[in-house]
Design a protein around this ligand. Structure first.
Ligand code: IMP
Ligand code: MG
Length: 174
């Protein structure tokens, strides 16, 4: 079986949308500061680009949760693989994810940061596979709604490959 990639979102389109999200966040948090929580590794490209477009005082920290392993199906169970270095208590947290699929990851993190007494919590996902939702979770900022396909590039991987692609592509198995 060979892997084929088809470009779905070119680099320019992603860049334009990330700038818009940055502007929107900057307006929404005018005279406040934000604490971006980047979920490794997938959201790292997006979170860094987004941070550059936010004009209010911004802190960024990184966290890793368990995801799909080497397969393409969610287990529904979320574990912390690497925790934040900084406390979230009293901060305006924005969780930055590459993609929301079943919703388990964002649901888990929302509860975690509530327990840790964040001042406010919002969720930002570059991509949203709404059809696949298993738990009800609101996403405050969405880059693109995408169909139920397996996507790679701009941080998203398949078996740790393709993260470095500058665009987002559909991965087909032939
Ligand atoms: P959720 O917990 O099911 O919402 O899954 C979110 C995580 O699953 C994301 O952070 C990704 O790491 C991974 N994921 C979901 N769909 C894809 C995809 O199409 N390509 C690569 N990773 C994906
Ligand atoms: Mg992820």
């Amino acid at each position: 079986m060979s892997e084929k990639i088809r470009i779905m979102l070119p680099e320019e389109e992603i860049d334009q949308r990330v700038r818009q999200l940055g502007e929107q966040i900057s307006q929404d948090y005018a005279s406040e500061s934000v604490f971006l929580v980047c979920i490794l590794k997938g959201a790292s490209f997006f979170a860094c680009d987004l941070a550059k477009r936010i004009t209010v005082p911004t802190t960024i920290d990184f966290m890793a949760t368990s995801s799909y392993g080497s397969g393409t199906v969610s287990t529904g169970e979320v574990k912390i693989k690497k925790d934040l270095d900084l406390p979230v208590s009293g901060r305006n947290v924005i969780i930055v994810e590459d993609i929301i699929d079943s919703g388990h990851t964002l649901h888990f993190l929302d509860n975690l940061f509530k327990d840790r007494n964040a001042k406010s919590i919002k969720k930002c996902a570059l991509l949203d596979k709404a059809d696949r939702r298993e738990v009800d979770v609101t996403v405050d900022y969405v880059g693109f709604s995408v169909p139920d396909a397996f996507l790679v590039g701009y941080g998203l991987d398949y078996d740790q490959k393709y993260r470095n692609l500058p665009y987002i592509a559909v991965l087909d198995f032939e």
